[in-house]
Design a protein around this ligand. Sequence first.
Ligand code: AMP
Length: 435
Amino acid sequence: MTFASLGLIDALQSTLDTLGYKTPTPVQARAIPAVLAGRDLMAAAQTGTGKTAGFALPLLQRLTMEGPQVASNSVRVLVLVPTRELAEQVYESFCDYGSSLPLRMAVAYGGISINPQMMKLRKGLDVLVATPGRLLDLQSQNAVKFDQLQTLVLDEADRMLDLGFSRELDAIMATLPKRRQTLLFSATFSDAIRTLAKGLLNDPLSIEVSPRNTTVKSVKQWMIPVDKKRKAELFCHLLKKRRWGQVLVFVKTRKGVDELVDTLIAKGTKADAIHGDKPQPARLRALNSFKAGEIQILVATDVAARGLDIDDLPQVVNFDLPTVAEDYIHRIGRTGRAGATGEAISIVCADEVELLAAIEILTKNTLQRIEEPGFEAEHRVPVTNTAGQVLKKPKKLKKPKVFTNLVAKTPIKTKVKNPANNNGGRNAGNGKRKV
Ligand code: AMP
């Protein structure tokens, strides 16, 4: 199959030639003709499978071929994404794919001055990529109008539709024209989100190019059980022993991120951080110097879990497991992209067993356990399986008892617990997660 056979115009085909894209990926093969035909879409595709081009290419073509000149402060295609880094990346993809087309495009997100974004909007935009909060700021200043809007894209749609963004998204939706094309793209779609999404879509085409909620096969995954207090020590040990190159490390809290970065820098390792408390220019600087290979370790909260495309990233480490199981899939999708291989290592302590079980249920994969000699956990991480059973309760590793009377040696009762009842690891009513 070729891009020409999908109906893409010559200008886009020659740009794709220059970028070295020879054949469409499966999600592109299905999405491009549907978007060109004006259909609504609900597309589930693993991260790194080329979904951005799946919506950007046909939308750029439609904008070029049809539609009126865009009026002042108006927008024809709105792409909403959950994080600032992803906004920047999706915008850059639009600019790359549309480099030979006469279209006006811009990106808008918080943490930086709003004025340049308002200036760009003044002349009208064919494509605006935005995060919800900043878009609402722009709306409140009458800097953006949607009467010419023809397409809305929700990238990482499950995250956009979950509790954290629901109020902002409702406010935005209320101002969009009812007659429009709506495209939802995500690597993961929970059943609740599917139901919610149906209300937004008109006779949608459902595209599922890979089994739902699966991880990329080319990523080798395993976990190392360890005591909580020794996680940083174990990470530094592995970094040295396994001679890791660049590693993206996910840590649960902003404070935890800073602490690990301080530890690494104190040991002479080049490391930097991305989390919600850092000013946006510093976040972008950290990401860009990581992409340029100037720093070895990027430590981040889940703000960096979604969509980021970093070439040839060999290792992702979960220093802490995510509290929402779906984020595991997004996190490890930062490696093994575009057909490359990668490793995803989770450092797991006993407290995290229910999160581990939730991930294993979701991905239908029991993570292989590999103990690191010298770091065996005193607080054992109970054995889990994909049926959601925790087969042993956390128990302190004890010195073996010497029994004088064999009758006294009764087996320890194992209590079977089902963490699936715990809402698959989702923190109930979590509202906006601070990452
Ligand atoms: P995405 O899933 O959209 O983040 O894309 C993942 C990576 O695949 C990006 O680096 C794209 O540049 C690359 N890519 C997307 N489509 C193609 C294609 N048809 N051929 C080669 N590389 C592609």
